[in-house]
Design a protein around this ligand. Structure first.
Ligand code: B12
Length: 282
C-alpha cells in the first residue's frame, strides 16, 4: 500500500504532539530558499548521505537526483516547534531518566524526540533531512525565524524581532525542520504571507521595550534578560499562552537549578497524588 505524504505528515504530527512538540507547519522549501542568502538555504533531501546522523540503510548507492531541479520546484518540508506544551513532558522525561541532567536538556530532549518520531513515522524512501535550530555549524545553520515567517507559521515582527503566532503570540519556540524527498503538498504552490497580529499600540510598546533591553545588554547588565522578557510581554497577542514562570526563567537564564526544582516539584506532586489515591481507598 502506498503511503501518501499527507498520511506520513499526519502520523508524524500526532507522534510529536505527545512529546509536547505541538507546532507543525508543512511548507514548500522554495518559499524560504527564495527569501534568504545562499549560505543559509535548506538542504535537498535526495538519498545521498544527509549528514543528519541517521543511518538510512536503503539510502546507500541510490542515484543522486538532480539537486537543482528539486530546488526549483521545491520539496515538501515541515517546520516543528512548541508552545508551553513542551514543559511537562520534558520535565517528566528528565525525571524518569537515570542519567544526570545534560548540559542543554531541552536540545537533548527535542533531538531525541524528533529523531525517534521521524524514524518511526517517515519511510526511509523519503530520505528525511533534519536541521535543528540550535545547530550553528556553517553550512547547516538556518534562520528559523525566517522559516517561521516564510512557511506561514508566524509573523516575524520587526518591532521585537520575534515571531508572533496568531494564537500563541510570541510564546513559541522553533526547534527543527525536516525536509523530505517528496513534492510539496497540493495547494503549496503559492505561499501565503502571514498576517501581522499586533496592534499599532503594541508595536510602539515593543519598539520602546526593545530599545531599553538593547541598552541594558550593551552595558552588560546581568538583569538585561528581564528587559528582553518585558519586550516579549509588551506583545499581548497570545498572553494566555505565556510560558509558566519556571519555563520563562529557564529559557532566559539557562539555570539548571530551575530544572532541578521543577523535577522535585513533579516528584512531590506524584507523592501527593499517591497519598490522595491512598486516602480514597481507605
Ligand atoms: C544565536 C541565537 C541567539 C543569540 C543572539 C545572537 C545575535 N543576535 O547575534 C542570543 C543568545 C543572544 C539569543 C537570545 C535570545 N533568543 Co535567540 N536564537 C539564536 C539562534 C539559535 C541562532 C540565530 C542565528 O544566528 N541564526 C542564523 C541566522 C542566519 O539567521 P537570522 O534570522 O539572521 O538570525 C538572527 C536573529 O535570529 C537574531 N536573534 C536571535 N535571537 C534573537 C532574539 C531577539 C530578541 C532579537 C532582537 C534577535 C535575535 O540574531 C541572529 C543573528 O543576527 C536562533 C535559532 C536559529 N537557528 O535561527 C534562536 C532564536 C532566534 N532565539 C529565540 C529566542 C526566543 C531568544 C530569546 C528571546 C530567549 C530565548 N533564548 O528563549 C533571547 C533574547 C533575549 C536575551 N538577550 O536574553 C527564538 C525566537 C522565537 C520567536 N518566537 O521568534 C529562536 C528561533 C530559538 C528557538 N528555539 O525558538 N538568541
Amino acid at each position: 500500500m502506498m503511503t501518501t505524504s499527507a498520511a506520513v505528515l499526519s502520523a508524524l504530527r500526532a507522534r510529536l504532539a505527545t512529546a509536547g512538540l505541538d507546532l507543525f507547519k508543512p511548507f514548500n522549501t522554495r518559499w524560504y530558499d527564495a527569501a534568504v542568502a545562499e549560505h543559509i538555504r535548506l538542504p535537498v533531501a535526495c538519498g545521498a548521505h544527509d549528514g543528519s546522523g541517521f543511518d538510512w540503510t536503503d539510502s546507500q548507492g541510490q542515484e543522486l537526483k538532480d539537486k537543482e531541479g528539486s530546488k526549483e520546484e521545491g520539496q515538501l518540508a515541515v517546520l516543528i516547534g512548541n508552545t508551553r506544551a513542551i514543559w511537562s513532558p520534558f520535565i517528566s522525561a528528565l525525571a524518569q531518566s537515570p542519567h544526570p541532567i545534560p548540559a542543554n536538556p531541552i536540545n537533548t530532549y527535542v533531538t531525541r524526540a524528533v529523531r525517534e518520531a521521524v524514524a518511526s513515522c517517515v519511510p526511509s524512501s523519503l530520505h528525511p533531512v533534519l536541521r535543528f535550530s540550535y545547530d550553528l555549524t556553517p553550512g547547516r545553520v538556518l534562520s528559523f525565524q525566517r522559516l517561521a515567517h516564510e512557511s506561514g507559521l508566524a509573523y516575524l515582527h520587526p518591532a521585537c524581532h520575534l515571531c508572533v503566532h496568531p494564537e500563541y503570540g510570541p510564546w513559541i519556540s522553533l526547534r527543527v525542520v525536516v525536509v523530505l524527498d517528496a513534492p510539496p503538498l497540493q495547494g503549496q504552490h503559492d505561499k501565503e504571507a502571514p498576517m501581522n497580529p499586533c496592534s499599532s499600540a503594541e508595536e510602539t510598546a515593543m519598539t520602546e521595550a526593545k530599545a531599553v533591553a538593547l541598552a541594558a545588554s550593551e552595558r552588560h547588565d546581568a538583569e538585561a534578560w528581564k528587559l528582553w522578557l518585558a519586550m516579549r510581554d509588551a506583545c499581548t497577542v497570545g498572553a494566555q499562552h505565556r510560558y509558566t514562570e519556571p519555563q520563562v526563567a529557564y529559557h532566559y537564564t539557562h539555570d539548571l537549578g530551575i530544572i532541578e526544582s521543577e523535577m522535585q516539584r513533579l516528584r512531590d506532586d506524584g507523592q501527593t497524588e499517591q497519598v490522595a489515591g491512598t486516602s480514597q481507598l481507605l
